[in-house]
Design a protein around this ligand. Structure first.
Ligand code: PAF
Length: 280
């Protein structure tokens, strides 16, 4: 496995791989790799024969008062994890390489991005689509693999790929959970033991909603109210949103329609912003 920092080098490498008939799989990440990311490498390996993992903490997807500066960075450990998991290339450009002085072009999906996280993080998804399109142009992947935990991000990237006629196939891997049900996330490292214990209420509340649906509840309002009630029992949690949405358009739903929707939650656990979702 080798690591590449320069865009030119990555592009010529990817072009050479493609001309010699290789299928390229890209796993875009911001590093601080956990089992969620590593499971995406497994998926990319199953479907392609050269796997590139990009590691880049993308400044354009963080708002001014967000955690860009303190976002965990552990490149050496990450590179080792990629090697162990069988990736072929780690692409880890600098910020200057990706956004040189005078950079001024952004790509924004404007419908799916407008709800959910788009409300409280107005430029976040624009930063994600911009960096993903750049990464697609740099690594020329046949497939790119994203994690279902970022359900809205997945829907937005799928839409971008259709709208802009990008030939990369978007594959979504299931959310990985720790034994206690907590969704794996790089931001979990911010949580103390006490905070983590309370944060578990997020995945528990999703399960409560799923059980309600399984036992026949059709009312979205009742389900959302129950989830908010469950979360409000925890002193450290402040709900940002709890919504049942169509799994493709992310439009809010009124009635449960089995197999077509997701319940999405974002909440602060003290100073840490967490998201999670479940298929209903
Ligand atoms: O999901 C993430 O880690 C990031 O949003 C992504 C897709 C790597 C873009 O920076």
């Amino acid at each position: 496995m080798h690591t590449i920092q320069l865009i030119n080098e990555m592009q010529s490498h990817a072009t050479a791989l493609r001309s010699s008939g290789h299928l390229i799989g890209l796993v875009p990440t911001m590093g601080s790799l956990h089992e969620g990311h590593l499971s995406l490498i497994d998926i990319a390996k199953e479907k392609t024969d050269k796997v590139i993992v990009s590691i880049f903490v993308n400044p354009t997807q963080f708002g001014p008062n967000e955690d860009f500066d303190k976002y965990p960075r552990m490149l050496e450990e990450d590179v080792e994890k990629c090697r162990e998991r069988g990736a072929d290339i780690v692409f880890n450009p600098t910020i200057k390489e990706m956004y040189p002085n005078g950079y001024s072009t952004y790509v924004a999906e404007e419908q799916i991005s407008s709800g959910l996280c788009g409300v409280s993080r107005p430029h976040h998804l624009r930063g994600v689509t911009t960096v993903c399109l750049k990464l697609f142009n740099i690594t020329r992947p046949d497939i790119a693999v994203f994690g279902q935990k970022d359900a809205q991000q997945c829907a937005v990237i799928r839409k971008m790929v259709v709208d802009l006629n990008i030939s990369t196939e978007i594959v979504v891997g299931p959310t990985q959970r720790d034994d206690d049900g907590m969704a794996t996330s790089s931001r979990n490292v911010y949580l103390s033991d006490k905070q983590r214990k309370e944060a578990l209420n997020i995945s528990m509340s999703l399960q409560i909603a799923k059980d309600m649906v399984n036992s026949g509840t059709k009312s979205v309002d009742r389900i959302v109210a129950e989830v908010i009630h469950h979360l409000s029992l925890s002193r450290r949690i402040r709900v940002i949103y709890v919504q049942v949405v169509d799994r493709n358009t992310m439009e809010p739903a009124r009635e449960i329609s089995l197999g077509t929707q997701r319940l999405c939650v974002a909440a602060w656990v003290d100073q840490t912003r967490l998201i999670d979702n479940i298929e209903l």
